[in-house]
Write a protein that binds this ligand. Structure first.
Ligand code: GDP
Ligand code: CA
Length: 336
């Protein structure tokens, strides 16, 4: 019986997968998973930024709002029935940045977080407090763990003919939100990552799990940063639990987001096999035992099994909770 599942999650892709996983547990469609199974989410915090004096944690909030049923489903981030008075007023003062989507309801979350951080609480304790509102009432057996309490930020180098070096470095959020990832990323930098310490409970969640899942999150700026926290990759490699991943690349493209730009910038082929081989088989020094690819990518299965991975091609589009639960079931079945 699987009693404890740990998922290394980014924002939207990870949150949608988690919705399906929880739906699968609740409806009993996941093979060998206990009905009261615990789910630990180790979430990426390298997208975090300070805006107008507020600490914003996009991936933590996307997971929290999505699973707590407060997310704006169409946008995929931020609060439902959001209003934008604060943003409009700040713009009227001419205060930069104006490109970041700071909704009025969302601001309350950032105010609580920032006050608690200022009072000396670590991000993990703040997240636990915020989750008492959003997750505890609906998913009492789910824990949301920031990958680290330390400050880590993904930055992206882009070409800038006006700069003396010919390039400029922007925060990942500026690359994604303001520039819409429309210019090539020359390189990706993870500021503070090498010196970061795993957050409380993170290593134990991986070590004590009965199953570790790499959901279809961004392999570079979501799962890549989590694995990059010193000690995390080693814990994943060493855990007694099987480790299974689901490809975020379907038919040679990311479904939503900017995984293509990020993979290209680190020289990884934008394909289901490219990402699977980038993670690698645990038997060959990597982090995975199994890797699910979409049906459209069935031709790549052999390459992946040759590289030591259990691999199967199944539908990997998270169109609704049932479809996503079926993906989770297939992932579990692959490595059980
Ligand atoms: P972010 O932090 O909000 O960018 O979210 P994640 O890193 O958790 O996930 C983003 C990735 O999810 C995207 O780059 C896509 O490749 C992937 N994705 C989104 N929707 C789907 C889907 O329906 N199926 C699959 N296989 N991948 C998806
Ligand atoms: Ca993210």
């Amino acid at each position: 019986m699987l009693k404890h599942i740990t998922v290394l999650s980014g924002g939207m892709g990870g949150a949608r997968f988690l919705q399906g996983l929880l739906h699968g547990i609740a409806t009993g469609v996941l093979p060998g998973v206990a009905p009261d199974a615990q789910v630990s989410v180790v979430a990426n915090t390298a997208d975090d930024l300070w805006v107008h004096g507020l600490k914003v944690c996009p991936d933590l909030d996307t997971v929290m709002y999505t699973l707590g049923d407060g997310i704006d489903l169409e946008r995929g981030w931020g609060r439902r029935e959001e209003t934008w008075s604060v943003k409009t007023e700040l713009a009227a003062y001419g205060v930069e940045p104006t490109w970041f989507g700071l909704g009025d309801r969302d601001v309350a979350t950032h105010l609580v977080r920032t006050q608690m951080l200022d009072a000396g609480y670590p991000l993990s304790a703040v997240t636990e407090a915020l989750c008492r509102r959003w997750l505890v009432p609906v998913h009492p057996r789910l824990r949301l763990l920031p990958m680290t309490d330390d400050r880590v930020e993904t930055h992206v180098a882009i070409a800038d003919p006006d700069a003396p070096s010919g390039r400029r470095v922007v925060h990942f959020q500026e690359y994604w939100v303001r520039l819409r990832a429309s210019v090539p990323a020359e390189s990706v930098l993870f500021v503070g990552l090498d010196e970061a310490t795993p957050g409380p409970g993170v290593l134990d969640a991986i070590t004590d799990a009965d199953l570790v899942v790499l959901p279809p999150s961004n392999p570079v700026v979501s799962v890549g940063t989590i694995l990059g926290v010193p000690g995390v990759r080693e814990a994943v490699r060493a855990t007694g639990a099987p480790v299974v991943g689901l490809s975020p690349i379907v038919g040679g493209t990311h479904v939503r987001g900017m995984a293509e730009q990020m993979l290209t910038s680190i020289g990884v082929q934008v394909s289901a096999a490219g990402v699977g081989l980038h993670y690698g088989a645990r038997s060959q020094g990597g982090v995975l035992d199994g890797w699910l690819v979409d049906e459209r990518d069935a031709a790549q299965v052999e390459r992946l099994t040759d590289a030591g991975l259990a691999c199967r091609a199944v539908p990997l589009m998270m169109t609704d909770h049932d479809a996503t639960a079926a993906m989770a079931a297939a992932a579990i079945d692959l490595v059980r």
